[in-house]
Design a protein around this ligand. Structure first.
Ligand code: O7M
Length: 211
């Protein structure tokens, strides 16, 4: 059963710290990305680190290997424990993130199939399966796969074996935590916690699905 990862897509430092403070006792990691970093700056990682929970950088890095490596080095220098990259740029681009993660003692996760309806246009089916196999081949620590499609998570699990699956799409996107929890290693939840009237109570409810 999975860790609980808060997707902290709020738009100010004060709101980020308010939600993180409330939810922290129930969390295993906090994922932040463009919404919060563009609003509050990368140094929001400093105060968020103060909660003693690993930070995951979700920039869905998707560039040439050299640029990916430069981005990943900044992420780990800022105090993150893990980085998320896209796989569709190819194995060399992903390998650059994996190497930077390994150098920093961190982790790299590769997006395979995404959770939203439009993902079915390009990022699904055979392509997602090829991305999952490539993530294994380059030594990534795990993949991102959709809580909105548990049957696809099972297919991708068969490819990646023991590597980790972090899965967004529970709550606001309609994924059922009871169905997806046994299939994954990390459940990523955003709006269902950070827009809740009581984020602590909401986080506690999702934490019920943890190991
Ligand atoms: O629970 P939500 O829908 O409010 O938030 C989900 C979070 O997961 C949000 O930060 C999205 O950007 C992210 N996400 C998806 O929703 N779908 C995906 O396929 C992939 C991600 C993600 O985290 O990729 C790394």
């Amino acid at each position: 059963m999975p860790d609980l990862i808060l997707a902290l897509d709020v738009l100010s430092r004060s709101e980020a710290l308010r939600v993180a403070d409330a939810a922290a006792p129930h969390l295993d990691a906090i994922k932040i990305g463009y919404p919060l970093v563009l609003a509050a700056g990368l140094d929001i990682a400093g105060p968020l680190s103060g909660f003693g929970i690993p930070l995951i950088a979700d920039f869905k890095v998707a560039d040439i290997p050299n640029t990916n490596r430069l981005i990943a080095e900044q992420v780990f220098a800022a105090g993150f424990s893990a980085i998320i990259c896209q796989g569709f740029c190819g194995s060399d681009s992903v390998a650059a993130c994996v190497e930077a993660a390994d150098d920093a003692g961190g982790e790299c996760y590769v997006v395979t199939e995404m959770s939203h309806p439009g993902a079915l246009e390009f990022l699904s089916g055979k392509n997602a399966e090829l991305l999952a196999q490539m993530a294994v081949d380059v030594g990534a620590h795990g993949i991102i796969a959709p809580a909105t499609r548990p049957e696809r998570v099972q297919t991708l699990r068969a490819i990646i074996g023991e590597k980790k699956i972090l899965s967004p799409g529970v709550g606001a996107q309609g994924g059922d935590p009871a169905v997806i929890a046994p299939l994954i290693d990390g459940m990523i939840v955003g709006r269902a916690i950070y827009t809740a009237e009581n984020p602590a109570k909401a986080a506690r409810a999702y934490a019920e699905f943890r190991r």
